[in-house]
Write a new protein. Structure first.
Length: 287
């Protein structure tokens, strides 16, 4: 596989969107954004919007990809590399949390991968140490940009979020769209979001497996299930079985060839349920 390292560095001030607030007009979304940085078949930038009532800023790492190119989720599947977000150079931050929008299954010739095509925005919750001072975001981003081959790429991005309130109270649409795609905890799911009904495990014998039943309130179009285990254990991708008579979806994970069945006992799995209508995240203990 050919591999190249693409590095792009940008150190920017602040770029503000034009604001027009006529009397009685709804608040206009204000965006603080770095310039786009061009990578191989992709471009990236940082964006941020008005501060929330919690005193945290909503920001985002925005990536657009050329047609038929992709990048990966935090669990890339059978192949690929997950993105790495290194915020160590940032100042006046108490915490930075990067969120992951719901991904899609991306079949390849010899593997099943998990990730994104077209465009994706990773929402970022930035909590300042001192709300009266600007926040200086500095990000070292590493990601794979892939088609038939996977090209490692690197970008160094900088963005200043000013202190105080930005004019306009609405968040930029790109940030809101990215945030809407982040799976919600099952306890906070919306009526249209998937619901995990049950999980069963068989860890002994010649055919160890995991089985799941999922309810998709809107029929499960685009429905899928992704599984993550702690401690570096890789759980193979699930296979969707024929739905039950009542429309309930079923998924199965064959553990026979993975040699991890016994290692999963007592571990808590993170289950990401996705559909065209919404996404949910649930935790389940393997017994």
């Amino acid at each position: 596989m050919s591999r190249f390292l693409l590095a792009a560095c940008v150190n920017v001030g602040i770029a503000f969107a034009a604001i027009g607030l006529a009397a009685g007009q709804a608040p206009v979304a204000v965006t603080v954004a770095s310039p786009w940085v061009d990578l191989h078949k992709a471009r990236v930038r940082l964006v941020a919007g008005a501060r929330q009532q919690t005193k945290s800023h909503l920001a985002g790492v925005e990536i657009t990809l050329a047609d038929n190119w992709k990048t990966y989720w935090r669990n890339p599947g059978d192949a690929g590399v997950p993105p790495i977000f290194d915020w160590m150079g940032s100042t006046n931050v108490a915490s930075i949390k990067t969120l992951y929008p719901a991904p899609s299954r991306l079949p390849e010739a010899a593997a099943q991968t998990i990730g994104y095509k077209g465009a994706v925005l990773f929402p970022v919750v930035v909590t300042p140490q001192d709300v009266g001072k600007p926040v200086e975001l500095k990000l070292l981003l590493e990601l794979g940009i892939c088609r038939e081959i996977c090209i490692p790429a690197q970008a160094i991005l900088s963005l200043t979020i000013p202190a105080g309130e930005l004019a306009g109270e609405a968040q930029p649409s790109a940030i809101l769209a990215g945030l809407a795609r982040v799976p919600r905890p099952q306890a906070e799911r919306r009526p249209e979001d998937p619901e995990l009904l049950s999980m069963a495990s068989r860890l002994d014998g010649p055919a160890p497996q995991l089985r799941f039943t999922v309810r998709y309130p809107r029929g499960g179009r685009g429905g899928d299930l992704f599984i993550e285990a702690p401690g570096g254990l890789y759980v193979p991708l699930s296979k969707r079985l024929p739905d039950m008579a009542d429309g309930t979806a079923r998924f199965e994970v064959d553990l026979a060839g993975a040699d991890i069945a016994r290692d999963l006992k007592g571990k808590t799995l993170t289950l990401t349920l996705v559909s065209d209508a919404g996404a949910t995240e649930a935790l389940r203990l393997v017994e």
